[in-house]
Design a protein around this ligand. Structure first.
Ligand code: PMP
Length: 393
C-alpha cells in the first residue's frame, strides 16, 4: 500500500538562492523553443562539429570501459592523459612539468568546468574579471556563479579584444582578463602581436591572463603563424590556459577539458575539483590520452572552405568580421533593413532557417551567429535564404 503524498506547500521562490535567481536561462534555448514546430529546419545554430569522434578515441574509451577501468581517476587526471598533455604543451609552446617552470595541469569536466573552477579560485566577491562582448554565453554568468563581477569589453566592430580596449577597464579590483581566441560567437583570431601586448599589460598590472583556447585546433591557414595557432603561452607562463577536447574531436558530450598554468593556481583548482566534480569522466580521459595522435587537419581545411563559402555569400550584402577559426560567423543584420537581429532571426525561422540572435551573446542585438558546422549542402541552402531576406526577396 502506498502512502498518501501531501500536497506541496513549499514556496520555492523563498528557497532559491539570489545566486541562481540572477542566472539567466540560455537564450539559445529560447530560439529552439521558437523553432520547435519546424519539421526539418535548416539548422545553422549548432555549436558543435558535424563529424564523428575519431575511431582511435572511440576504441580507447570502449577498451577502458571493458577493462573495468571505470573508477575514479586521480583528481588531476589519469597519468597517461597528463603525460599526453605535457608532451603536447612541450612541443607546442615549450611548457613542461619541469619544477623550474612552476607549472601544473589538471583535466577538468569540460572547458566549462575549467572556467567555473578557475574563476572560483581567483575571484572574491566584488573582484572583477574583464571578458569580451560579444561573449561565450557562460562568461557573464560566471559573475553570478562566483560572486565576482564580469566587466564587458566592447570589441565591436572588428571583435578584436586588444590591450588598449582592456586597459581602459582595469580598476583596483581587476584580477583577471579572459581572452577567447578563436572566439565564440565571432571566430575572430588574435595575432601574436595583439596577444603579446595583452601579456605585457597583464604583467605590468599584476593581473592574471586566462586564455580560453577551446577552438585552438580550428585555426585557419591565414591565422596560423609558422603553422601554429597564436597563443599567449608562447610569451608567458603567467597565464591560465584553458583548453578542451569536445569541439576538436567531436565529443562534446564526453565533458573533458584541461587547465595548465601557474602551479599554485592549478593546485587551487584541484582542491575545488576534489569537492565538486571529483575528477573528469574517466573513459573520456583514457580516450583523450590518444587525442594528440589524431590529425584533424583535413576537417579544419574543410571548415576553412565552408568559411569561404559563408564570406562569399554575404559579400556586398552584409558585414562579417572574417572568421579566422572555429566554425561561426557573426553576421551584421544590414542596418538598412531597420530591424533588430532578433526580428531578423524570427524571419529566418519563418523560412525554416535557425541562427542565433546576437543579443544571446552580447549587450547588442545587431548581429546573428551562424554556425558552419553543417553539411555543405545544408549550409548553401541556409545561406541562400538568409541572403534572400537581406535582399528583400
Ligand atoms: N568556451 C567557449 C568559447 C565555448 O564556445 C564553449 C562551448 N560552446 C566552452 C568554453 C565550453 O565547452 P565545453 O563543452 O568543453 O564545456
Amino acid at each position: 500500500m502506498s502512502a498518501t503524498i501531501a500536497p506541496s506547500t513549499l514556496d520555492v521562490s523563498k528557497i532559491l538562492s539570489r545566486r541562481v535567481q540572477s542566472v539567466d536561462a540560455s537564450g539559445i534555448r529560447k530560439v529552439f523553443d521558437l523553432a520547435a514546430h519546424l519539421k526539418d529546419p535548416i539548422n545553422l545554430s549548432i555549436g558543435q562539429p558535424d563529424f564523428p569522434v575519431p575511431d582511435i578515441l572511440k576504441q580507447a574509451a570502449i577498451k577502458a570501459i571493458e577493462e573495468n577501468r571505470n573508477g575514479y581517476t586521480p583528481t588531476q587526471g589519469c597519468p597517461e592523459l597528463l603525460r599526453a598533455i605535457w608532451s603536447r604543451l612541450g612541443s607546442e609552446v615549450g611548457w613542461t612539468n619541469d619544477p623550474a617552470h612552476g607549472l601544473s595541469t589538471i583535466a577538468t569536466s569540460g572547458t566549462s568546468g575549467a572556467l567555473v573552477l578557475g574563476m572560483m579560485a581567483v575571484l572574491d566577491p566584488g573582484d572583477e574579471a574583464i571578458v569580451p562582448d560579444p561573449y561565450f554565453v557562460m562568461y557573464p554568468q560566471l559573475g553570478a556563479l562566483t560572486g565576482g563581477k564580469m566587466v564587458l569589453c566592447d570589441t565591436y566592430p572588428d571583435f578584436r579584444m586588444t590591450a588598449d580596449k582592456i586597459e581602459k577597464l582595469i580598476t583596483p579590483r581587476t584580477k583577471a582578463v579572459l581572452v577567447n581566441s578563436p572566439g565564440n560567437p565571432t571566430s575572430v583570431v588574435l595575432n601574436s602581436k595583439e596577444l603579446q601586448d595583452i601579456v605585457d599589460l597583464c604583467r605590468a598590472k599584476g593581473i592574471l591572463l586566462i586564455s580560453d583556447e577551446i577552438y585552438d585546433e580550428f585555426t585557419f591557414s591565414e591565422s596560423r603563424e609558422n603553422g601554429h595557432f597564436p597563443t599567449p603561452a608562447r610569451f608567458t607562463r603567467d597565464c591560465l590556459l584553458i583548453r578542451g577536447f569536445g569541439k576538436t574531436y567531436g565529443c562534446t558530450g564526453w565533458r573533458l577539458g584541461y587547465v595548465a598554468g601557474p602551479h599554485d593556481i592549478v593546485q587551487s583548482i584541484a582542491k575545488l575539483q576534489q569537492y565538486t566534480y571529483v575528477c573528469a569522466p574517466s573513459m573520456a580521459q583514457y580516450a583523450a590520452a590518444h587525442a594528440f595522435e589524431v590529425d584533424m587537419r583535413p576537417w579544419v581545411d574543410r571548415f576553412e572552405k565552408r568559411r569561404d563559402t559563408v564570406l562569399a555569400a554575404f559579400d556586398g550584402v552584409a558585414q562579417v568580421a572574417k572568421p579566422g577559426g572555429a566554425f561561426y560567423a557573426f553576421v551584421e543584420v544590414p542596418p538598412a533593413l531597420g530591424m533588430t537581429a532578433s526580428q531578423f532571426v524570427e524571419k529566418a525561422i519563418e523560412r525554416s532557417v535557425l541562427v542565433i540572435p546576437g543579443k544571446v551573446f552580447s549587450t547588442r542585438d545587431t548581429h546573428f551567429r551562424l554556425s558552419f558546422a553543417a553539411k555543405e549542402e545544408t549550409l548553401a541552402r541556409g545561406l541562400d535564404v538568409l541572403r534572400g531576406i537581406m535582399l528583400g526577396k
